[in-house]
Write a protein that binds this ligand. Sequence first.
Ligand SMILES: Cc1ncc(COP(=O)(O)O)c(C=O)c1O
Length: 340
Amino acid sequence: MIDLRSDTVTVPTQAMREVMFNAEVGDDVYGEDPTVNKLQNYVANLFGKEDALYVPSGTMSNQLSIKILTNPGDEVITEADAHIYYYETAGPSILSQVQIRPIASDNSMPDLDKIESAIRPDIYYFPNSKLICIENTHNRHGGMVVEYDYLVNLRKLADKYNLKLHLDGARIWNAHIKTGVPLSDYGKLFDTISVCLSKGLGAPVGSLIVSTKENISKALKWRKIFGGGMRQAGIIAAAGLYALENNLELMKNDHKNAQYFAQNVNLIDKISCNPEKVHTNIVVFELDKSLSPEKFVSDCKENGLHLHWIGDNRIRVVFHLQISDQDTENALEIIKKSIN
Ligand SMILES: Cc1ncc(COP(=O)(O)O)c(C=O)c1O
């Protein structure tokens, strides 16, 4: 089965498993796991930040960031298709008692004017605007890269109104590999950054928040409250370190395969796809309205290709570490065979 549903489906390779097997571990709730500590320092350094905290998931690192940057009753601005708003089961309203103000965009970068006009004046009957969250690369916008200049201007806007800025950088690695913007340049712009090791990097589990020492010590307390304190977590942190040291550069190949796939899937009858919108490892294509997306996805599955239907007539495919050039060719053949 060729599984293109997500870059979260990768499984640890033999080399990664060996590193995990040999990992030095301790009790991380006491701060005594040397491998977790090494990973946290490593990632904090990559982003030029003071500190980092290892957590079980990207959802937890986003939610913890919101928790430490807001107070109950605050308003948080996100893009309308952001993971935080779309897929985190109203977590901000449950865990942080904040309200989300979604702003639509067609390219993952809401107009700065629209963001500015969504920032509330300081009047008692309004919520307090406190935080802006941005996602780079953007999952539901097909892995689009948020431009660095846009982020610089967003930071200026946030500073003008004294707002905090959080980056959902689950796939910031892909943005960095695509654009060459150093990770530390992203670090300069954000109060908190959430990064995932279990997507394109191919580790089995784990995310981190990077920020100041003060913010990370707040997040540490809230991680415990949220039930995210892990004990001998070095066994999985080792996989994250291995992934960062060995798999980051390999993302170039995922981007190449995604671009090749987009150009060729667009040539298939009853499918349209704009390769210009494919920046990194995610491709979204559209089926002709005459087709049933459910049937198409299930026919592809029967023929050995797992795809993800994301609503309307849109299908998402994601390239990752365990998809070869040959798998990419085979996927296109299966789609041709399944389309009728
Ligand atoms: C952009 C983005 N942020 C956050 C997450 C959440 O990560 P996790 O599944 O580890 O909770 C995902 C998961 O796909 C994602 O795509």
